[in-house]
Design a protein around this ligand. Structure first.
Ligand SMILES: [Zn+2]
Length: 331
């Protein structure tokens, strides 16, 4: 297991849930669902877009176009990703020609080398740097730690390295389809990418959003809650509108739901900011948000409360940029 998987829990001695995000929701899925690995399920989203839910790891998306198959993310293991590819083969004989990744976390990346090595791999420059830095075995949520023991190693790097990586925006033609990729700075990690199909109004947003759950900020990978707010604000302003947002660990959501998640995050940030301004301590914050000790998952994963993350960002790491200054200026 790589270094990050071991060191991250030490960083996050805090609890899971803050006031605005109730616990116990069935919406965080793809690992243990009622104690079991969820079955792979292929959801037809229309217009050639599909979602592969369940199994080990994040949602995988795929688009069957006239230029082949464009996949979004992989599962956490090669075995689970192979099952997705098998399902794709039942739908089309067209080859997988491109694979784009929303970010570098192991649960959405580790199965990537199952895709044909002729497929062009696309990710953000930061994502590529994180992967090259050995951060790809991050455990998330309740994944059992042993599922990662056979994850990618340096053997896979030679054909990963020539990947297309970018910062900002990348517009692709994929046959007759235009696909837009955005990377607006640190949010869940330092290099999250949104993959938008404008003609379908649908965007794959990786771990920028968790439904009924605190957002997860990967501080060790340069994640930043104020950057997350900035990115989500921009996503709501993009034209043509994104109508369907597809997170890695929940069913697709609409604009209203995304807006309310954004407001919940901002509310917590401003409460914590006020407390920091009043000279309050981390203890005061954990009391105010009723945070009671860390929850450690089966993979020794600790999911810190957003309030604690925000407190740390404000006091230990960075000063928040004015999100209003950034909103909407990128497009
Ligand atoms: Zn992630």
């Amino acid at each position: 297991m790589k270094k990050a998987a071991l060191s991250f829990p030490l960083l996050c001695a805090a609890a899971v849930i803050s006031l605005a995000f109730p616990t116990g929701s069935p919406q965080v899925f793809n690992y243990f669902d009622g104690g079991r690995k969820p079955e792979l399920e292929i959801v037809k989203m229309g217009g050639g877009l599909y979602l592969a839910k369940g199994e080990w790891g994040a949602n995988v998306g795929f688009f069957v176009g006239d230029a082949g198959v464009f996949v979004i993310d992989s599962k956490a293991t090669a075995g689970a990703t192979r099952k997705v590819v098998k399902e794709i083969r039942k739908i089309t004989a067209k080859p997988i020609t491109k694979a784009a990744f929303t970010h570098s976390d192991s649960d959405c990346f580790n199965g990537y080398d199952v895709y044909p090595n002729t497929a062009e791999i696309i990710c953000s420059l930061k994502c590529r740097q994180e992967l090259a830095g050995g951060y790809w075995t991050f455990l998330e949520m309740n994944a059992p730690s042993d599922i990662y023991s056979l994850g990618p190693t340096s053997r896979a790097m030679p054909y990963f390295l020539p990947a297309v990586s970018f910062e900002g925006q990348l517009n692709l033609r994929f046959g007759s389809e235009t696909i837009e990729l955005f990377q607006y700075g640190s949010a869940h990690t330092s290099g999250d990418v949104v993959i938008f199909f404008p003609s379908r109004g649908a965007a794959f947003i990786g771990d920028l959003v968790f439904v009924h759950h605190d957002p997860l900020i990967q501080s060790e990978k340069g994640g930043y809650s104020f950057g997350l707010v900035r990115t989500l604000s921009i996503l709501l302003k993009i034209q043509p509108e994104i109508r369907t947002f597809i997170p890695s660990h929940a069913d697709p959501i609409g604009r209203e739901e995304l807006g309310s998640i954004l407001r919940s995050i901002e509310e917590i940030q401003s409460k914590v900011l006020a407390m920091v301004d009043e000279g309050k301590t981390l203890d005061d914050v954990t009391k105010a948000f009723s945070i009671s000790g860390p929850r450690i998952g089966a993979g020794n994963w600790v999911w810190p409360s957003l309030a604690v993350t925000v407190f740390r960002e404000l006091t230990e790491r960075r000063i928040p940029e004015k999100s209003s200054a950034a909103e909407g200026k990128d497009r």
